[in-house]
Design a protein around this ligand. Structure first.
Ligand SMILES: Nc1ncnc2c1ncn2[C@@H]1O[C@H](COP(=O)(O)O)[C@@H](OP(=O)(O)O)[C@H]1O
Ligand SMILES: [Mg+2]
Length: 275
């Protein structure tokens, strides 16, 4: 439960994120250049335009609340570990999807309180879709200006209806394949960016195992959506909820997003991680 984000603040945040999304779309529509970051991952003008727009928005709406963005540059753990509340931003998640122009990229803004993502906005401008989740207030999806309440779905009986698993377009691993081999009947779809977590939140997928690296900004906003929709984002080994800002680096452990706990996928996950 967070009471920091009032209805009025949420509306201003949504307007601002949509405005940043329009800046990103304007770049998407033109020829854009691609640079390589220090870690060899790609960076476009759109990542930086969205970063500047979102940081300015958050600083204007909530002066005094620190902002950590993927494109901020490093903030030492010694400084940020004292933050009881901060904004965590991935201005463009799915940069490779942006570059390949398949529309599967998102703008992500999370509010983290004491390590827990309690509020999140995930906006996919090409899909004209925005997911919002707020602890204690549920989760919503806007699609073409229409608003729907969303909720995870109950795992179906796989003999009647196969489970739905969502995986990365680019980060499939042997462990992911072993996990699938341990599952009952299921179908698998590939998707880029934090949209994967949102698909679990809205009951379009049952499981998203991520047995490959990600950073906290990749997941925090969508984790708030998933939890507000009744699901969980769990460390794949401990099955405890992911927490932010607990350590020097900003890497997540391997994790799984699930609408519901179930011994069958927990067993498959254990086998996949034992390899
Ligand atoms: N080696 C690595 N270490 C940390 N994060 C990584 C990584 N390889 C990929 N990622 C993260 O995975 C995200 C893409 O995941 P997916 O392929 O499932 O969409 C990237 O987001 P960005 O596009 O914001 O850089 C990046 O942050
Ligand atoms: Mg990202």
């Amino acid at each position: 439960m967070t009471d920091f984000v009032t209805d009025a603040l949420r509306e201003r945040l949504l307007e601002g994120v949509h405005a940043a999304g329009r800046e990103v779309l304007a770049i998407y529509a033109e020829d854009f250049s691609v640079e390589a970051k220090a870690d060899e991952s790609p960076l476009t003008e759109a990542d930086m335009a969205s970063h500047h727009a979102l940081v300015a928005l958050l600083k204007a709406l909530t002066p005094g609340v620190p902002v950590l963005s993927e494109e901020s540059g490093e903030i030492p753990f010694e400084t940020r570990r004292h933050w009881a509340r901060y904004w965590l931003v991935d201005p463009l998640d799915g940069t490779k999807e942006f570059i390949s122009r398949n529309g599967e990229f998102t703008l992500n803004v999370a509010l983290v309180e004491n390590g827990v993502p309690v509020f999140g906005i995930v906006h996919a401008p090409v899909l004209v879709t925005t997911w919002v989740g707020q602890a204690g207030q549920g989760a919503f999806k806007w699609k073409n200006e229409e608003r729907f309440a969303i909720h995870v779905r109950v795992l179906p009986n796989p003999d009647i209806e196969p489970w739905k698993v969502v995986g990365s377009r680019r980060h499939g691993t042997g462990a992911f394949e072993t996990f699938r081999e341990g599952l009952p009947a299921h179908v698998c779809v590939s998707m880029g960016s934090s949209i994967k977590l949102c698909l679990v939140a809205e009951g379009e997928a049952d499981l998203y195992p991520r047995l490959a690296p990600t950073c906290e900004w990749d997941t925090a906003a969508a984790q708030a959506v998933v939890t507000a929709a009744g699901g969980e984002v769990l460390d794949a080994r401990t099955l405890q909820p992911l927490r932010c800002n607990q350590q020097e680096d900003l890497l997540n452990p391997d994790f799984i997003v699930a609408g519901e706990r179930d011994a069958r996928w927990e067993r498959a996950l254990k086998e996949a991680l034992a390899e």
